[in-house]
Design a protein around this ligand. Structure first.
Ligand code: PMT
Length: 221
């Protein structure tokens, strides 16, 4: 691993799930443990970057030396990311952001009754797509958790969100995606290049992604 090759850079990493309240005791969320994002933050900090880790609820210990901002909902994550974006050089969006939130949050616990219950959902803003619109010098790295059509869906996300790199993981494969200590990723670049990677420890993958970020910065300069 290169020593301190990111010193002087500010890196925003998002991690974990978002949780979207239904009522005071219930929420909608997803299976993200935060491991991938915390590994990204850990790797970037070890390489000398100033790291702002914006994290949904996880049970993980924050890596040494990172600035941790805890959030719960996608809207809170949106605000925290936008606040720090102008001063950032790199953004890595490993969080699994909820695409939808309950339209109305019940102030009281919803009571059981004899009928079925429908919860209406409204769309959350896409944080990464907004960064893609606002970006100036920043390198934007997205993740894509897919269960089908990995490459087609990944390429569509890369282009529609104006990203510099997208890390696609097929979360149906054992040892990839949510919860595990390893991941199996495919790096997808603008212009059609893709690089399939073997199953790797998430920390090793994080360093590999940061190597790619460094290569992209060199091209940009
Ligand atoms: O946390 P772990 O248990 O270690 O699991 C890791 C992981 C599977 C969560 C991670 O590797 C991963 O794939 N994260 C992205 C999951 C995801 O939300 O993918 P997506 O295809 O729905 O979103 C694509 C990209 O847009 C992501 O970078 C996401 O952060 C971003 N996004 C999505 C929706 C939204 N409203 N705002 C966003 O910024």
């Amino acid at each position: 691993v290169p020593e301190k090759d990111l010193s002087g850079l500010t890196v925003i990493v998002t991690a974990g799930p978002t949780v979207e309240p239904i009522d005071p005791v219930r929420y909608l969320s997803n299976r993200s443990s935060g491991k991938m994002g915390y590994a990204m933050a850990c790797a970037a900090a070890r390489r000398g970057a100033r790291v702002i880790l914006i994290s949904g609820p996880t049970s993980l210990k924050p890596p040494h030396g990172v600035e941790l901002i805890r959030v719960e909902t996608a809207l809170q994550m949106y605000d925290a990311v936008m606040e720090h974006f102008p001063g950032a050089d790199v953004v890595v969006k490993s969080a699994a952001v909820a695409d939808y939130r309950p339209k109305a949050v019940s102030p009281q616990k919803i009571k059981k009754h004899g009928r079925d219950l429908t919860i209406e959902l409204e769309k959350n803003p896409d944080i990464l797509a907004e960064l893609g619109r606002r970006k100036k010098h920043q390198i934007l790295v997205g993740f894509a958790a897919e269960t089908e059509e990995l490459e087609t869906n990944a390429r569509q996300k890369l282009e529609s969100k104006n990203l510099d790199l997208l890390v696609a993981n097929d979360v149906t494969q054992p040892g990839a995606g949510f919860g595990s200590d390893t991941n199996i990723a495919r790096l997808v670049y603008p212009g059609g290049r893709t690089v399939p990677l073997p199953k790797m420890d998430k920390l090793l993958l994080a360093h590999r992604i940061l190597d790619e970020v460094q290569a992209l910065r060199k091209v940009q300069q």
